[in-house]
Design a protein around this ligand. Structure first.
Ligand SMILES: C[S@@+](CC[C@H](N)C(=O)[O-])C[C@H]1O[C@@H](n2cnc3c(N)ncnc32)[C@H](O)[C@@H]1O
Length: 348
């Protein structure tokens, strides 16, 4: 491609003049002359070159096509340019293992194949792209629609993720998993280690809403932290993943309703640490779970709380636990509510 070789300090002025004369290609990239760092090379197009060209030498250099910075750059090769420029393309997508999940509106959905293909071109380690049509049911799984799978690969939603150095199998179409809570799980490890140091022995832990087990792996991998761990979930698919992901002699896994555990005398007053992670229902389920914790044990849970109810919930938790609960806003959930975390010792 033809380029003008101009002294660096004149670059801006020449660019303006070329632009005014429509002699500057779309997305023109100015380069430093590789033979002389005091000069720049400016690409030019058109036969009707402006008079300014006469003042500078013209050199012919090979130009590498620009590398795509986003999946949207690949749409140019897949769709007519008037379509590419007229649609507002999705700006966000989520990676889950070797899958990409993306939300589409009705207009974008008409080009779902091209969006899937563009995402596969941009992300070589991605196996398949699915439209995420939202969360459904008590088990909070995703309604997924295949957009595109890489040639020769399986179009399944089963995938392996890595969180805080631990590998877990999951399937967003049949079980709940969110990487957004990984920081909370790091906090659970810190909380458990502190409690272990306080009581001076390995802990009994109960995670009755365990999902595919992301909270458990850090706990059982830490030396001398866990004596016994109960992991449950009501979703049979999550329990199958739990059995596949967690293979440890100190862990008992069951498919059961967390609220029914209190009906088993051997489970009552047994646990040093109880995790309550069912944010939409945590406050409703708490009374059924509390009998599982021994006095002086810790309850660590997450709940969606309306801004207006924050103080009321704080008082309610203090009364429920018989001790001061630490209630923190962790992130915004909606315009009027936050995802909050609480932690409290169970009083006598
Ligand atoms: C928000 S997810 C948390 C999963 C996991 N702790 C994590 O951090 O990824 C809540 C889990 O509770 C399970 N669940 C829903 N109702 C339940 C119940 N009554 N008893 C036990 N598990 C239940 C769902 O299947 C889901 O896996």
């Amino acid at each position: 491609m033809r380029h003008l070789r101009v002294p660096s300090q004149e670059t801006e002025r020449v660019l303006q003049q070329l632009k005014a004369a429509s002699a500057l290609p779309e997305g023109a990239r100015v380069q430093t002359d590789p033979t002389d760092s005091e000069h720049r090379l400016i690409p030019i197009i058109g036969d009707q070159t402006p008079s300014i060209v006469e003042h500078y030498p013209v050199v012919d250099i090979e130009v590498q096509p620009p590398t795509a910075r986003s999946y949207r750059d690949h749409l140019d090769a897949l769709l007519p340019s008037d379509v590419v420029t007229s649609i507002e393309w999705p700006t966000r997508h989520e990676f889950v293992g070797d899958l990409i999940l993306i939300k589409l509106n009705d207009v974008q959905r008409q080009y779902s194949g091209a969006i899937g293909e563009a995402l596969l071109r941009q992300h070589p380690r991605t196996r398949a792209v699915f439209e995420d049509r939202g969360v459904i049911g008590t088990f909070r799984v995703r309604d997924l629609e295949l957009l595109m799978v890489r040639e020769g690969q399986e179009p399944t939603t089963r995938t392996q993720i890595i969180e805080n150095g631990h590998y877990l199998w999951t399937d967003p179409a049949t079980v709940y998993y969110s990487s957004r809570l990984s920081h909370e799980r790091e906090g659970t490890l810190v909380c458990a280690e502190k409690l272990r140091d306080e009581v001076g022995r390995p802990l009994t832990v109960c995670d009755p809403y365990a999902g595919v087990g992301p909270s458990l792996l850090p706990l059982i991998s830490a030396p001398n932290l866990v004596d016994e761990l109960f992991a449950g979930d009501l979703n049979p698919a999550a329990v199958e993943f739990l059995r596949e992901n967690i293979n440890h002699p100190s862990v008992t896994i069951e498919c059961t309703d967390a609220r029914s555990l209190k009906d088993r005398p051997e489970m009552c007053g047994k646990f040093d640490l109880l995790l309550v992670n069912i944010p939409h229902d945590t406050l409703k389920h708490l009374p059924d779970l509390l009998p599982l914790v021994r006095s002086g044990g810790i309850i660590r849970g997450w709940a969606i709380i309306e801004h207006a109810d924050f103080e009321k919930v704080q008082q309610h938790l203090n009364a429920t636990f018989g001790s001061d609960a630490i209630l923190d806003r962790r992130r915004s959930y909606s315009a009027s509510a936050d995802l909050c975390k609480f932690e409290a010792y169970k009083g006598e």
